[in-house]
Design a protein around this ligand. Structure first.
Ligand SMILES: [Zn+2]
Length: 270
């Protein structure tokens, strides 16, 4: 198990490197454990990448509820301790994850959701002739800050519809990159605390969604070299005993755990 902790700014260049797309200038270096594992596991360049972004799942939640994560762990090849960015709020974190820049570099340094003017993976992919899809709920950060790019947007009213859309996109196999956002754990975490039955039910839903995505990719993308990631944006902490919050420079909010799965292309039937 790798004991290092990697900044989430390294995700952008990792996405580009996996897909063989040139990365824009200024982004943090790619995650070498991910690239090494891809080189070991895949039978050629990565054709398809699926990034699942559940919101606010802290490393301490993972550590404290390991049995819930068992079905996810058997569907992952690599786990990496990650460091969020400050302030650990959703738009700042996803802007950093997909631009490769710290908040001072991309400009989102608070809970605001302007359209980013810096380059991101959603600029790099179209420039290289690759197709990307963003699947996310209306009004949420990922739905707003990456607008204006030459990618396919599926902005839908509910998490359930987003997840159904993502499964349809896997079946259709038209995109090199699919990003799916789920904000249901974050929603319930804020309204009662990180470990209420409602929050833990949302956590279980997020784990089940990852597992369903994994199984669909294995079935539908068998002829592809594919990669799937479980990549939350930041953690969370209990507030006043009956609420949940995030946004402070503390391991509770800054430390998260990402999982990666690598699917080597299987030989196609003649
Ligand atoms: Zn968030």
């Amino acid at each position: 198990m790798n004991r290092d902790r990697f900044p989430i700014t390294q995700i952008a260049a990792t996405v580009d490197a996996l897909l063989g797309v040139p990365c824009h200038g200024g982004a943090a270096a790619p995650l070498s454990p991910v690239l090494s594992q891809a080189a070991r596991s895949l039978t050629g360049p990565c054709d398809r990448l699926f990034l699942y972004n559940p919101d606010a799942i802290a490393q301490w939640i993972y550590a404290g509820h390991r049995p819930l994560f068992a079905p996810l762990e058997v569907r992952a090849d690599l786990g990496l301790g990650m460091l969020s960015v400050y302030p650990p709020v959703t738009p700042a974190c996803f802007a950093s994850m997909y631009s490769g820049l710290p908040p001072a570099g991309h400009g989102i340094q608070a809970y605001v959701k302007p359209v980013l003017t810096v380059d991101t993976i959603f600029d790099d992919l179209p420039l290289a002739g690759r197709r990307a899809a963003i699947v996310s709920t209306e009004g949420d950060s990922i739905s707003l800050i990456f607008q204006g790019r030459d990618v396919d947007y599926y902005i839908l009213p509910t998490v359930e519809r987003c997840n159904r859309q993502a499964m349809a996109l896997i079946r259709e196999d038209r995109h090199d990159l699919i990003v799916l956002y789920n904000g249901n754990y974050d929603h319930w975490m804020h309204r009662g605390g990180p470990e209420t039955p409602w929050a833990l039910r949302a956590l279980r839903d997020n784990i089940n969604t990852y597992c369903a995505l994994h199984d669909a990719i294995r079935e539908r993308w068998g002829a592809r070299n594919a990669v799937l990631a479980f990549a939350p944006d930041h953690g969370c902490h209990r507030q006043y005993g009956f609420l949940g919050q995030h946004g402070i420079d503390d391991p509770s909010d800054m430390h998260i755990w990402h999982f990666w799965k690598f699917f080597p292309a299987r030989q196609t039937q003649p």
